[in-house]
Design a protein around this ligand. Structure first.
Ligand SMILES: *Cc1c(COP(=O)(O)O)cnc(C)c1O
Length: 330
């Protein structure tokens, strides 16, 4: 038998997922991601900060947790194709798991609004990628209408199996810490992941963290493309989940977000994409008591959005292969 950490999350948590004994598991080895202490951030913020590093998933974001279950169920149900609207990570994940399942994937993305790495993934993995003239919200509406014709199954987070898979991150945190953290902070785009964490902690029945859902104060225009969503699909359920956990929504500026992104990279060695720094940026505004234990969900890998690095640091200098010249500028 596979050891717990190399097993797919579907195998590890099968009894808590909507999987039958005959469901074929479509897996790339997702889940079992690191939970890392963040000593420098903890010292600076006077908190006990931990990072759930979801960039370590197979396609570089937490979307893989849900996509393994969505594609497993699609195969079980005999579906012929999948479709998603995406600002990037859902598309990359859908493309990978559809390829693994042997199904075609159709990706609708808002024109010109998808980070380079994510687009590269969807294309390389063989998805049919279409740029929709319009916003993410308009692309999603079109994808939903297409599924009504019966040809494609929607694998956006409105697909209930996505949230089932994503809730397993809460189980992993409980396994590692032995109890829920006081606070769980995460980026708030469409809100599917916020709901999934609430579900996971509620089902585990070991107590609830306060959920802090961190959104951009400029939802429609933020530099953080993964949370550039003007109307969150799960807004009312997120509100209910926050009420049940005593949690809250926090808004952050792009400046605060970029500063938290720099700190994660340069103080903790975690290179994530800009949206993933939102929970760290939100901590400063959440007014938490000294020493509070917080888990920040770091949702996606920095290589997803290499162009954003221009905002973080100037390009490298060019020097001659001469030790004096190099020492002079090092
Ligand atoms: C999808 C995504 C989010 C937003 O998650 P929601 O479930 O839409 O709130 C945040 N960060 C990254 C990297 C993502 O891919």
């Amino acid at each position: 038998m596979a050891s717990p950490t190399s097993a797919s999350l579907a195998e590890r948590f099968r009894d808590r997922l909507p999987l039958g004994p005959e469901t074929p598991i479509v897996t790339l080895g997702e889940g079992s991601t690191p939970l890392l202490p963040a000593p420098r951030l903890s010292a600076r913020l006077d908190l006990d900060v931990w990072l759930k590093w979801e960039g370590a998933n197979p396609t570089g974001s937490f979307k893989d947790r849900g996509m393994t279950i969505a594609l497993s169920k699609a195969v079980e149900e005999g579906r012929q194709a999948v479709v998603c609207a995406s600002t990037g990570n859902t598309a990359a994940s859908a493309a990978a798991y559809a390829a693994r399942a042997g199904l075609p994937a159709l990706v609708l993305q808002p024109a010109g609004a998808v980070a380079l790495g994510k687009l590269a993934q969807a294309r390389a993995l063989g998805a049919r990628v279409l740029e929709v003239r319009g916003s993410f919200d308009q692309a999603l509406a079109a994808a939903r209408q297409l599924t009504e014709r019966g040809t494609h199954v929607l694998v956006n987070s409105l697909n209930p199996y996505r949230l089932e898979g994503q809730k397993t991150a809460a189980f992993e945190i409980l396994e590692e810490l032995g109890e829920p953290p006081a606070v769980l902070a995460l980026p708030y785009g469409g809100g599917g992941n916020t709901r999934a964490y609430a579900m996971g902690f509620e089902e585990a029945d070991a107590g609830l963290p306060r959920l802090v859902a961190v959104e951009s104060s400029r939802r429609a225009e933020t530099a953080a493309s993964a949370i550039r969503i003007s109307s969150p699909a799960h807004a009312s359920e997120v509100e209910q989940a926050l009420a049940r956990t005593g949690g809250t929504v926090v808004q952050v500026s792009d400046e605060a977000l970029l500063e938290a992104w720099r700190a994660l990279a340069q103080e903790e060695g975690i290179f994530c994409e800009p949206a993933s720094a939102a929970p760290v940026a939100g901590l400063a505004q959440a007014q938490l008591a000294k020493g509070t234990r917080v888990v920040c969900v770091i949702t996606g890998h920095g290589l997803k959005d290499p162009e954003a690095v221009e905002r973080l640091t100037p390009p490298p200098l060019t020097v001659d292969p001469d030790p004096d010249a190099i020492a002079a500028v090092a």
